[in-house]
Ligand binder design. Structure first.
Ligand code: ADP
Ligand code: MG
Length: 229
């Protein structure tokens, strides 16, 4: 589903590359944590999957396509197949919860009838039943991140990319969001999540890819212990 072949990324003016000959292979339906200290290259790797950045050398494949060879007009279609969530939620502050989620369906050309049906279903799925008319700033951080998850998931993307989605959340809300992501993963969506919450990663039995200064230093399936969410 996602494949990096000897991918390096050097930003202009930086002494060392953000990613250094990174090769990884992520299968359909996997849940993968990308870990490593701040500055190790996690966000850069995720941006390359979305073609928000391009590799300096090497190849990035998403869903069988080498995405850096995609024509520019095909990039929006790629991004529609990949949901994203971020540490800072990135909700539209002047739209209600339901409007924020509906917006993702409007830009992909769904009918109002489909939107009216799917938005409440998805809000229920993420545990925000009845909160569709609230404004984002009337919700807790954990609830705002649930809105972002609903928005990312409503078009049923093949892949969900999450960059430190629990970075602003307390432990209780972190567990809630992880349960939700696990449920989404079980429905078949491939998930790649960057985090530096080592304790949380240890509690989930998932594959862990660790970066250090842009190098791959660990790629393992955790097994045998820990709580299964
Ligand atoms: P992480 O997400 O693990 O903290 P990043 O991928 O954000 O790591 O950053 C990796 C390295 O690349 C860091 O040294 C960072 O300063 C640098 N970097 C990231 N984005 C840019 C950019 N847009 N321009 C220049 N340097 C960048
Ligand atoms: Mg980052």
């Amino acid at each position: 589903m996602i494949r990096f072949e000897k991918v390096s990324k050097a930003y202009p003016g930086q002494a060392r590359p953000a990613l250094n000959s990174l090769s990884i292979d992520i299968q359909k339906g996997e849940f993968v944590f990308l870990v490593g200290q701040s500055g190790s290259g996690k966000s850069t790797a995720l941006k390359l999957m979305l073609r928000e950045q391009r590799p300096t050398t090497g190849r990035v494949y998403v869903a069988g396509k080498e995405i850096n060879r995609l024509a520019g007009w095909k990039v929006p279609r790629l991004r529609r197949q990949v949901g994203t969530i971020f540490q800072d939620f990135r909700l539209l502050a002047n739209k209600t919860v339901a409007e924020n989620v509906a917006f993702a369906m409007q830009v992909t050309g769904h009918s109002n009838r489909e939107i009216r049906q799917r938005v409440p279903e998805t809000l229920e799925l993420v545990g925000l039943d009845g909160k569709g008319d609230r404004m984002p700033d009337e919700l807790s951080g954990g609830e705002q991140q649930r809105v972002a998850v609903a928005r990312a998931f409503i078009n049923r993307p093949m892949i969900l990319i999450a960059d430190e989605p629990t970075g602003n959340l307390d432990p209780g809300n972190t567990v809630g969001i992880m349960r939700l992501l696990d449920r989404i993963n079980r429905s078949g969506t491939t998930i790649v999540m960057a985090t530096h919450d080592v304790q949380m990663v240890d509690q989930m039995r998932k594959r862990v890819i660790e970066l250090e200064h842009g190098h791959l230093v660990r790629d393992q399936v955790q097994g045998g212990y820990g709580a299964q969410f």
